[in-house]
Design a protein around this ligand. Structure first.
Ligand SMILES: NC(=O)C1=CN([C@@H]2O[C@H](COP(=O)(O)OP(=O)(O)OC[C@H]3O[C@@H](n4cnc5c(N)ncnc54)[C@H](OP(=O)(O)O)[C@@H]3O)[C@@H](O)[C@H]2O)C=CC1
Ligand SMILES: N[C@@H](CC=O)C(=O)O
Length: 427
């Protein structure tokens, strides 16, 4: 029987899960692939650190070059994180004809096209199923099951850490800081959680999803981005009273054949399945012209769920090696789609403001909105303190251009403070 040696770069949360699943399910993997998969070498930073996996028969080293120079190693799994170091290592590995599997969305979102091209030139596979939505097999599903359909939108909860934080704040009244600490302890958050809470991790995943669903390479500058660090308990409670749940959503959708991609807090009607997605779980809704709306749900982070997606890539590479079909791009769909202008992007919005608690202020606000031909259907005072009133309102649908004009006008009025302007998902 053919043995395929594997190298692993990183033995933290995900790397440990990969070793465990390979050990626990060795026989099933062999039955399916016809090959024995053997972890030969694992590269880490600190070889003296305690590990929670059985490393019998595995070489543990801090010398990355061993993966490049060992002719027996055919597949390398990169689960160490970082961008520039990982990029340099993966380029060396591909040039040494190693197939690469990675979970690194920061890297793929920023350098995916370059690395995919290099993989193709070297007739190598480069797969990254785990980079989006952890344990949900969404990328290969889009490649295979939506190949003949036209995707109209991809939206969902694609960051486990922020969904965990919002869930804990909503259901258990935990403070933002307490919930974040818990997410870090559970291994969902990145080593530096800034990218999680500021929405950048979700933006990276939306960049990859956009490439798969619409064939378009975009950069993080093309994603309208807002994190959850400004979401207050008052907004969560107010949204709940209005029948909504606040979620950090990534949304990529076609508007008249132009693309709009955003990440930010969104009020989701509490009756929709998306509102019920809790803790580190993710959910991605893909709407195709032919199939309509589909929803994929599962754990978006964590040791074994993420490792399971890595394993699906390893098995795909193994099958390609056996069939001698390596070197095809993970996603071959390419299309030049323009980005939608702000005047075409339409949503209702939830606005939360602090105004002086004196007569005429609501009128002023209404006038600012009326000037932009915008109106609202719900308005409520939700708090008061030291001569100010906090109010929340839900607007009728308006364009992003109208919202931007309202924001600009409010900025000129120091006595009025706009605390939040979040999209509202309809129906
Ligand atoms: N955690 C999760 O739920 C998910 C993570 N991912 C992605 O998977 C990747 C790994 O994440 P995770 O397992 O959480 O990360 P961890 O921080 O838990 O582990 C990182 C591992 O990489 C090693 N490492 C870091 N830098 C180097 C280096 N320069 N040279 C050699 N080894 C290095 C570390 O070594 P040492 O142990 O010696 O410090 C450690 O073993 C990241 O790209 C992340 O974004 C994707 C989906 C979900
Ligand atoms: N930090 C990420 C991990 C998976 O990609 C998240 O919380 O979703």
């Amino acid at each position: 029987m053919k043995t395929i040696d594997i190298g692993i770069l990183g033995l933290g949360t995900v790397g440990s899960g990969v070793v465990k699943i390979l050990q626990d399910n060795a026989q099933k993997i062999t039955d399916i692939t016809g090959c024995k998969l053997n972890v030969k070498t694992v590269v880490v930073r600190d070889v003296t650190a305690k590990r929670n996996v059985d490393l019998t028969g595995i070489e543990l080293t801090d010398d990355f070059t061993k993966l490049v120079t060992d002719d027996d190693i055919k597949i390398v799994v990169e689960v160490m994180g970082t961008v520039e170091t990982a990029r340099s290592y993966i380029k060396q590995l591909l040039n040494a004809k190693k197939h690469v599997v990675t979970a690194n969305k920061d890297l793929i979102a920023q350098h995916g096209p370059e690395l995919s091209e290099l993989a193709k030139q070297n007739h190598c596979d480069l797969f990254y199923e785990a980079s989006v939505a952890g344990g949900i097999p969404i990328l290969r599903t889009i490649v295979n099951s939506f190949a003949a359909d036209q995707v109209e939108s991809v939206l969902g909860i694609v960051n486990g850490t922020t969904n965990f934080i919002l869930t804990q704040m909503t259901q258990n009244g935990l403070s933002y800081a307490q919930a974040l600490k818990l997410a870090q302890e559970k291994g969902f958050a990145e080593a530096d959680p800034t990218n999680d809470v500021k929405g950048k991790d979700a933006a990276y995943k939306m960049i990859i999803l956009t490439q798969f669903a619409f064939g378009k390479d975009i950069t993080v500058d093309d994603v309208k981005l807002e994190g959850i660090d400004g979401v207050q308990l008052a907004d969560i409670n107010e949204a709940a009273q209005l029948g909504y749940t606040i979620k950090l959503l990534g949304i990529a959708k076609l508007i008249d054949d132009k693309l709009d991609v955003s990440v930010g807090p969104v009020l989701v009607p509490s009756s929709r399945p998306l509102a019920a997605i809790q803790n580190e779980n993710n959910a991605v809704l893909v709407t195709g012209k032919a199939v309509g709306e589909t929803m994929f749900y599962g754990p978006g982070a964590g040791e074994l769920p993420t490792a399971n997606s890595v394993l699906s890539d390893i098995i795909a590479v193994t099958k390609d090696i056996v069939l001698e079909t390596t070197g095809s791009r993970f996603n071959g769909y390419v299309k030049n789609v323009a980005l939608a202008p702000a005047s075409d992007v339409i949503y209702p919005y939830y606005l939360s403001l602090v105004l002086p608690d004196k007569p005429g202020q609501m009128l002023k606000l209404t006038e600012i909105m009326a000037k932009q031909k915008a109106s609202f259907n719900v308005i409520k005072q939700t708090g008061e303190s030291q001569g100010t009133a906090r109010i929340s309102l839900v607007t009728h649908t308006m364009t992003e251009a109208q919202l931007n004009a309202i924001k600009a006008e409010l900025k000129e009025m120091p006595e009025m403070q706009l605390l939040a302007a979040y999209k509202v998902l309809e129906g």
